[in-house]
Write a protein that binds this ligand. Structure first.
Ligand code: SF4
Length: 539
């Protein structure tokens, strides 16, 4: 168990608490791709990691996961962190790593974004942990984020599985005084006892899958007895049992003093769901209200846990909104409490503040060129990707027409061109290109697809706070040439306000070319340039 002799305390963000918990658990490696709301985990590790700890931004979440898996394979502890949609990218190694004989503790911290403050969806990572048949821990505070992260490494080594820490935006970005325990020393390197336990040939994989299934009872027993799920039966519950998970507990407890009675309460912080404890609650009550952030994961699980049908309310029943973040007010309504009086701001109108590119952002010049290049075409399609440049969908540019997932711009432009729509233009940033744009470009090379790719190379991951692109100096031209793009239709141009016409002309020529072309428009992000100049002055 985690050493609980707490010796120091400090104010930490939830993300920072995960980072410190991992460092105090003796990790020797941490990997991540930036993405709100998980970015600060790696930033905190890089700021605090002692010598000998590798703390690397990676090309994408899959490569991050695989690097952490390699450290685990040789017996050492590793953390991999990402936002929720990043786990889709890492899903292949994530799901398969549940079968191998995990050596050093492997913990994946995943930050969900209910309310989609900076994401494309609200997916709930508890379902992916369940899908992989592994343990998931869900902290309800930065203190729990610290403690659970430390403990997750022990659980991972005990059951030889990866363990998922499920965070949500409000936990990642909340600050709290966190009590910490003394760090432990990293484990020594040790190769796995059996290569067969790491080689998922069908014969091995069938045996290891059976072993994982057989372990499910032990995982459930561990979850029941972990202390992360707490049941408080009440003599004054009036037939109501409340189940909270993660941050749902905070909203429930905020409203409890107004209720006038005390429901029996089960808080769940560890999964598999504690089925026996849920049954103990159910024996005492007639109705159950489930308060959980994200999808109705626990609420749906009840159908397989309770032998007869209780009256169950939650997100699936409509008692709580199915989308967006939980709020104290939405939980209040589900508890049957009247709305709190609202503070009115009178007739004061707050001005709308739509998101926009920074003043002077190089993407603005690139979009001016795109719009000029497309003038005169009856039809065209401009697929785009995820980054600051996605703001090109909004006024004043309205220059792009899609943003689905990392790297999709190039594959979608290929599909649109294959389907006969021309010209097809894909717009993608340098970091997104390295993350997931290379492989669809190989497809386009293979078929010399009639399309143009515009790579906006600003040498940074601008949207998440100017983390360095994984290949920090522009090395895109030889990389793209190496994929087989015709050198006559591969161009690198510095994009400045004075060169908008040059880029527009170049794009227009390549849009007219009946094959694949790639244009790399280079200029440093101005926020990144400011940071660089400040660092240079200070050094
Ligand atoms: S952070 Fe950089 S890339 Fe993003 S909008 Fe601002 S200048 Fe442009």
């Amino acid at each position: 168990m985690t050493d609980t002799s707490r010796t120091t305390s400090r104010i930490l963000l939830g993300d920072e608490a995960v980072a410190l918990g991992a460092l105090h658990a003796g990790i020797v490696a941490a990997y991540s791709y930036p993405g709100t709301p998980s970015t600060e985990i790696m930033e905190a590790i890089q700021a605090a990691a002692p010598e000998g700890v590798a703390a690397h931004w990676t090309a994408n979440e899959k490569t991050a996961y695989e690097a952490a898996l390699g450290a685990s394979m040789v017996g050492r502890r590793a953390l991999v962190s990402m936002k929720h949609v990043g786990l889709n990218v890492a899903a292949d190694p994530f799901v398969n790593s549940a079968l191998v004989e995990i050596g050093g503790g492997l913990v994946v911290a995943v930050a969900d974004d209910p309310g989609m403050h900076s994401s494309q969806n609200e997916q709930d990572s508890r379902f992916l942990a369940d899908f992989a048949r592994i343990v998931c821990l869900e902290p309800a505070s930065p203190q729990e984020a610290y403690e659970m992260t430390r403990e997750a490494f022990e659980v991972s080594e005990r059951f030889h599985i990866p363990v998922l820490i499920r965070l949500v935006t409000r936990i990642c970005h909340s600050r709290e005084l966190v009590e910490t325990a003394p760090p432990i020393e990293p484990r020594a390197t040790a190769k796995p006892a059996s290569a067969a336990d790491w080689t998922l040939l069908p014969g091995n994989a069938r045996r290891l899958w059976r072993r994982l299934l057989d372990a499910q009872g032990d995982l459930a027993d561990w979850s029941e007895g972990s202390g992360h799920s707490t049941l408080r039966l009440s003599d004054d519950d009036r037939g109501l049992g409340v189940i909270t998970a993660g941050i749902g507990r905070n909203h429930y407890l905020e409203n409890l003093p107004d209720l006038g009675y005390i429901p029996s309460h089960l808080h769940i912080g560890a999964y598999p769901v504690p089925a026996w404890t849920i049954r103990r609650l159910a024996e005492r009550v007639e109705r159950i209200l489930v308060i959980e952030e994200g999808y109705p994961f626990v609420e749906r699980s009840l159908a397989g846990v309770l032998p007869i049908r209780w009256e169950v309310d939650g997100k699936a029943s409509g008692a709580l909104p199915a989308d967006g973040e939980l709020t104290p007010d939405s939980v209040r309504a589900a508890l049957g409490l009247p709305a709190r009086p609202r503070v009115r701001l009178g007739d004061m109108e707050l001005p709308a503040r739509p998101p926009q590119l920074c003043k002077g952002c190089p993407h603005g010049d690139s979009y001016a060129a795109v719009l000029a290049a497309l003038e005169g075409f009856d039809t065209s399609v401009v697929t785009a990707d995820i980054g600051c440049y996605t703001l090109g969908a909004l006024p004043p540019y309205r220059a792009i027409e899609s943003c689905v997932c990392m790297g999709a711009s190039i594959g979608m432009a290929k599909g649109a061109s294959d389907a006969g729509l021309r010209p097809a233009l894909a717009v993608i940033g340098d970091s997104t290109f390295l993350h997931s744009g290379i492989t669809p470009l190989i497809d386009a090379v293979a078929h010399d697809t009639n399309m143009t790719v515009l790579v906006l190379d600003n040498a940074t991951v601008g949207m998440t706070g100017q983390q360095p692109t994984v290949l920090p100096e522009s090395r895109l031209e030889p990389l793209i040439a190496g994929l087989g793009v015709d050198p006559e239709h591969l161009h690198v141009i510095e994009i400045t306000p004075r060169r908008v016409d040059d880029l527009a002309g170049l794009l227009r020529r390549e849009l007219d070319h009946p094959g694949l072309s790639v244009v790399v428009a280079v200029r440093e992000c101005i926020e990144s340039a400011k940071d660089r100049r400040r660092r240079e002055r200070e050094s």
